[in-house]
Design a protein. Structure first.
Length: 138
């Protein structure tokens, strides 16, 4: 019985080690392969006709501000101010009582971005659908 237990523990430890190496390897390779497309200086960012802004809730269910929302809108305004995109596609979930693109449009308009530069995708229920729709529909 002890032999089986030792083999099982060895198998589990080897499996965990392989999994950890795979996760870090994939993370490293992803970062390496896209390093030339990550910008920290807005002046080096190329101009694009469209920029996609992925939706998120403005507030958490507790009522607390969602900083992801705040940072995304601040980044969008920064892109607008530096003339890095002509249009901003605001993609997010929408229903009768909850509408991410509408909330983002209203708040970006308050920041000074004209409605003529804002487009809405009301069917962006997740990141993948937002990206696919942005490429095919807009």
């Amino acid at each position: 019985m002890k032999l089986y237990l030792k083999r099982f523990i060895k198998f589990v430890l080897i499996s965990i080690t392989i999994l950890v190496i795979a996760i870090f390897g994939i993370d490293f390779m992803t970062g390496y392969l896209v390093k030339d497309r990550i910008y920290t200086d807005i002046n080096k960012l190329p101009y694009r006709n469209y920029a996609v802004v992925l939706g998120t809730a403005k507030y958490f269910p507790s009522g607390r501000d969602n900083l992801y929302y705040k940072y995304r809108l601040n980044a969008t305004f920064k892109l607008f101010k530096h003339k890095k995109a002509k249009y901003f596609l605001l993609s997010g979930e929408s229903s009768h009582h909850y509408n991410e693109p509408k909330n983002m449009t209203k708040d970006l308009h308050k920041k000074g971005i004209p409605n003529s530069s804002l487009r809405q995708d009301y069917k962006g229920n997740n990141t993948l659908s937002s990206i696919l729709r942005a490429d095919k529909t807009f």
